[in-house]
Design a protein around this ligand. Structure first.
Ligand code: NAD
Ligand code: WQD
Length: 339
């Protein structure tokens, strides 16, 4: 029988792409989102791409009664929990907002899942838990560093909550996926990243600069001990990332999961510098991105990229979209926003 996956935060950037891949893999999908950082248009995009009238529930995951009611309306087999706030800088200014929403909603969700007897959950974690790793690439065994922002702290706390909930509750299965730097958009350009205000992340800033919305891109530091002096990251295509969720759900639902709590890095395993990314974007799309080197951004690490061996061997997942293709999807999405 067709299994159903509840996608919290499914109107958001990564959630909407994951909803599409889940439908494509034959799952029933329910999207729950309070639209605090998204637009119902993303749900429409998912419906248009898939041709399926995916149900949408406008719900705050902190609302336990609403979450309990949702689980009575839908027979859910697994949950992917994307719903969270994600702006690192804002989390420093408004820590309580982040602890309350990110940690609170996860605790509420796990409680509602227990009440409803739902035993499988994938949690959206982040490479931010590694800080600046002592050795690279980062493996899942690389020690987590003390968080440098309340946002990062919420990811570490939620990983620990999941580990503890799984160990206390026989039957509960959890997988934490640590995403590196998700970029790009669906090739249809019907869904993508919708930054509010001035983008903090590199690729949305690049696309807005190329589109003339921003005057120039500031490159935060070219004096790092890296080949070209700019910082290194692991940029993962959002559709490849979405596929990782499908295989994680598969592993929980079809019994291949050996440990009830597992953690996987989801990246490409390839370090790419800021300068390489900017040049790659210009080459892939035939557009110019005016830029200027400025000082380092406080709190930035110099280099982090993933060892993806575990995801490849255990999940059978790897990223296969070439970077230039991903950068073309990012640009196509930006252009679609002008219409
Ligand atoms: P996003 O903001 O686009 O999506 C999050 C969605 O959750 C939004 O649609 C928002 O409206 C919704 N939401 C937030 N709080 C909610 C609540 N209490 N109840 C219901 N809905 C709520 O962000 P994204 O980039 O898609 O990120 C998804 C997840 O992945 C987040 O947990 C984020 O921390 C994590 N993550 C993101 C990145 C990244 O760079 N984008 C990297 C690592 C991890
Ligand atoms: C990438 C590189 C910047 C903007 C953040 C969060 C992390 C995770 C992903 C959620 C860095 C440089 C950027 C600009 C620049 N999110 N840059 N000019 O900092 O690796 O990670 O998003 O979990 O937690 O911290 O991503 O896209 O902001 O930056 O030079 O205008 O681009 O300095 O080297 P980051 P990013």
């Amino acid at each position: 029988m067709k299994k159903t996956v509840l996608v919290t935060g499914g109107a958001g950037y990564i959630g909407s792409h994951t909803a599409v891949e889940l439908v494509g893999a034959g799952y029933g999908v329910v999207i729950a989102d309070n639209l605090s950082n998204s637009d119902a248009g993303a749900v429409e995009g998912v419906r248009r791409i898939t041709g399926v009238e995916v149900p949408f529930e406008r719900i705050d995951c902190n609302d336990g009664a609403a979450m309990n009611a949702l689980f009575t309306r839908h027979a859910v087999d697994a949950v992917i929990h994307f719903a969270a706030f994600k702006a690192v800088g804002e989390s420093v200014a408004e820590p309580l907002k982040y602890y309350s929403n990110n940690v609170g909603s996860f605790v509420t969700l796990l409680g509602s899942m227990r009440t409803a007897g739902v035993e499988n959950v994938v949690f959206s974690s982040s490479a931010t838990v590694y800080g600046q790793p002592g050795t690279l690439p980062a493996t899942e065994r690389t020690p987590r560093q003390p968080a440098t922002s309340p946002y990062g702290a919420t990811k570490q706390i939620c990983e620990d909550i999941l580990r503890d909930a799984v160990s206390a509750c026989n039957g509960l299965h959890g997988i934490a996926l640590r995403y590196f730097n998700p970029i790009g958009a669906h090739p249809s350009a019907l869904i993508g990243e919708l930054p509010r205000g001035v983008p903090a992340n590199l690729v949305p800033f690049i696309t807005q600069t190329a589109a003339g919305i921003r005057g120039e891109l500031s490159i935060f530091g070219d004096d790092y001990p890296t080949p070209d002096g700019t910082a290194l990251r692991d940029y993962i295509d959002v559709v490849d990332l979405a596929r990782a969720h499908v295989v994680a759900v598969e592993r929980m639902l079809y019994g291949a999961q050996r440990e009830p709590y597992e953690v996987f890095n989801i990246g490409t395993g390839r370090p790419v510098s800021v300068m390489e990314l900017v040049k790659g974007f210009e080459r892939a799309n035939g557009v110019k991105v005016p830029c200027r080197v400025v000082g380092r951004r406080p709190g930035d690490v110099e280099a982090v990229w993933a060892d993806t061996t575990l995801a490849a061997t255990i999940l059978g997942w790897r990223s296969d979209r070439p970077l230039d293709e991903t950068l073309r999807t990012a640009w196509a999405w930006q252009l679609s926003l002008k219409d």
